[in-house]
Design a protein around this ligand. Structure first.
Ligand code: SAH
Length: 590
């Protein structure tokens, strides 16, 4: 998706949306202001949720006017969930909607001297002649679960302090990060501040800026002897239009590096080690009515964009970081993690509308792969099998919809059809779907049937291999399926159809002649017959045999016997599924 390098390439300004009509009006005014500059060929603005026009209409309008290549600019101050995850994810959906549509993705706006100057102007305006030297500033950011985004606010606070003559500038946050507004105001009071200006580091009106005003008023009422004022928001202004156009030009030059040295999704930062290498997950401003992936749950649908805020910090972890996340890096950035929409391999990514078929391992929570676990964190919907690691379901975000496939009524094939339909329906609704299966999805897991069903419906899939019980169950019972000098082959067989069944595809005669390791799944009901047929076709009756029930679970049972006694043992010991049988000389090594 190399955009044309024409400096007049159209501009798409993307907002995250707000419940505030004033905020929407300010956004629209900025778009209009930029349009009037006539610096670029065309300008549209749209929101990924909550506000009109939706992004999809803005893109549609540009496409209708014949544009295929454009610059998409996230109208955000710092790179956090919106810039890293939600907006790239929304744009990726547009690319799917409009073949041939491509975009260069611009950087977040801040930190930038134009913004710092605008903040200083807002502060001076509310000071109305009172001197800067006697004024402390509390610079209040939105607050994020992404430490890098919070650090940006601290950086802006420092830059605002440098050379401007304020008594001091301290950062604070209205949600998700400390210090809170009351906490930073109290800190300034203890430092001896008599006059404080609260400067919201926000572009436009919204619920959170309103909250800053309310919290400041509460503090001021408690300390009537202090002079506490709130500065205006940055708002629609020429400086902001200038900066947007700078970001547009920069995106076309292709040099839109963002600093990833302190990104929690790449580097182990203290307290955030669990984020490394993961998709960025929904960013969850729990008290922010604008967002709340977790509050909404998967059935929430804005503009066909189901993701709440799309709070997809999806190491996409959507962190390209995030599922689609280009990390604010533009196209071609070689950033290394994440997928970039150009077909390069992405580790751990899951886009809205995609289904990940994930092998969960044999049952314990910690035998899933790192990639599988990351995708689970990125999911909006999880469709889980009975034999999947069900302990993991309890740890999902509260808003994630869990569909229990074990409860789908079973019939000859009806259960599978219902599951396929569910996968397709959720994906088409723009959700990130994880199909969580036991073991490996392609080992008697019907995983490929689901891939085919999705493909037939035009739904993209990714497959994450898992640790199959065929190998794991013997291992967890202390038996290797191969061993040098003992067994040089291992055959994994489904016992769901007994020998002689007309539907069986298994050559039981050949298996009777074989000497290596035989692993039987789904064979609890058929093991007597299978053992007899193996002996009949040449397998030694005293071949060591093993059964492992509930492998990996606290209830795991392991029993051994001779092959010719295996059926009787299974009955006597009341072996129940899930169980794996192992036949061969390796069993004697256990
Ligand atoms: N895809 C799965 C297998 C699905 S078929 C995998 O790769 O493991 C279901 C069969 O798997 C069960 O009948 C049983 O034979 C085996 N199985 C799955 N989990 C098991 C477990 N924890 N312990 C023993 N056998 C298990």
């Amino acid at each position: 998706m190399t955009p044309t390098r024409d400096a007049r390439t159209p501009l798409l300004i993307v907002g995250h949306g707000t419940r505030s009509a004033a905020g929407v009006a300010q956004f629209a005014a900025l778009v209009e202001r930029i349009r009037h500059r006539d610096a670029v060929a065309d300008v549209e603005g749209g929101f990924i949720e909550l506000s009109r026009p939706p992004l999809t209409d803005a893109v549609g309008a540009l496409v209708d006017r014949g544009h295929r290549r454009l610059v998409a600019l996230p109208l955000v101050l710092a790179a956090a969930g919106h810039g890293k995850g939600d907006i790239p994810a929304a744009l990726a959906r547009e690319k799917q909607r409009f073949p041939g549509f491509g975009y260069a993705y611009g950087r977040p706006l801040g930190p930038h001297p134009l913004l710092h100057d605008a903040l200083a102007q807002r502060i001076d305006a509310v000071l109305a002649g009172a001197d800067r030297a006697g004024t402390w500033v509390a610079l209040i950011g939105r607050g994020s679960t992404d430490p890098d985004a919070n650090a940006e606010v601290a950086k802006v606070a420092r830059l605002l302090w440098e050379g401007r003559g304020y008594a001091g500038v301290e950062p604070g946050f209205v949600s998700l990060a400390e210090p809170s507004v009351p906490a930073v105001l109290d800190r300034l009071r203890r430092l001896g501040a008599r006059r404080i200006v609260v400067a919201p580091y926000f572009l436009f009106a919204g619920v959170l800026p309103d909250r800053i005003v309310a919290q400041t008023a509460g503090f001021a009422a408690a300390y009537p002897d202090l002079d506490v004022r709130v500065a205006d928001l940055i708002g629609d202004c020429d400086a902001l239009a200038d900066l947007v156009l700078q970001r547009h030009a920069e995106a076309l030059r292709g040099d839109i590096r963002m600093n990833c040295d302190t990104c929690a999704y790449r580097v182990a930062l203290p307290g955030f080690v669990d984020k490394v290498g993961r998709p960025q997950t929904p960013h969850d401003h729990p008290d922010d009515p604008v967002g709340g992936h977790h509050g909404h749950g998967p059935d929430h649908d804005h503009h066909g964009h189901q993701h709440g805020h799309g709070h997809q910090h999806d190491h996409g972890h959507q962190h390209g970081h995030g599922p689609d996340h280009q990390h604010g890096h533009g196209p071609g950035d070689g950033h290394g993690h994440g997928q970039d929409g150009r077909g390069r391999h992405r580790v751990g990514g899951l886009r809205p509308g995609q289904v990940a078929i994930v092998g969960g391992g044999p049952g314990p929570d910690d035998l899933i792969t790192v990639r599988g676990r990351a995708l689970l964190d990125a999911a909006d919907v999880v469709v889980a099998d009975r034999l999947a690691p069900r302990g993991l379901l309890a740890g999902l975000h509260p808003g994630v919809l869990v569909v229990d496939a074990a409860k789908v009524p079973r019939g000859p094939s009806m259960g599978q059809d219902a599951i396929n339909d569910a996968l397709v329906a959720h994906a088409r609704a723009g959700r990130r779907v994880v199909r969580l299966k036991g073991g490996d999805p392609y080992v008697f897991g019907r995983g490929h049937e689901e891939v085919q069903a999705c493909a037939a419906a035009g739904v993209e899939t990714v497959v994450v291999p898992g640790v199959s019980s065929a190998v794991a169950a013997p291992a967890l019972a202390g038996v290797p399926v191969t061993h040098r000098g003992v067994a040089h082959d291992v055959t994994v067989v489904s016992g769901h159809l007994p020998p002689g069944d007309p539907g069986s595809l298994v050559d039981w005669t050949a298996l009777g002649r074989a000497r290596g390791t035989l692993v039987l799944l789904m064979a609890v009901d058929t093991i007597s017959k299978i053992a007899a047929v193996l002996v009949e076709h040449g397998r030694a009756p005293d071949t060591p045999a093993l059964v492992v029930q509930d492998a990996g679970h606290p209830t795991q049972r392991t029993l051994t016997s001779r092959l010719d006694e295996l059926g009787a043992l299974a009955v006597r010991a009341d072996i129940r599924p899930p169980a794996v049988f192992v036949v061969g000389p390796v069993v004697a090594l256990g």
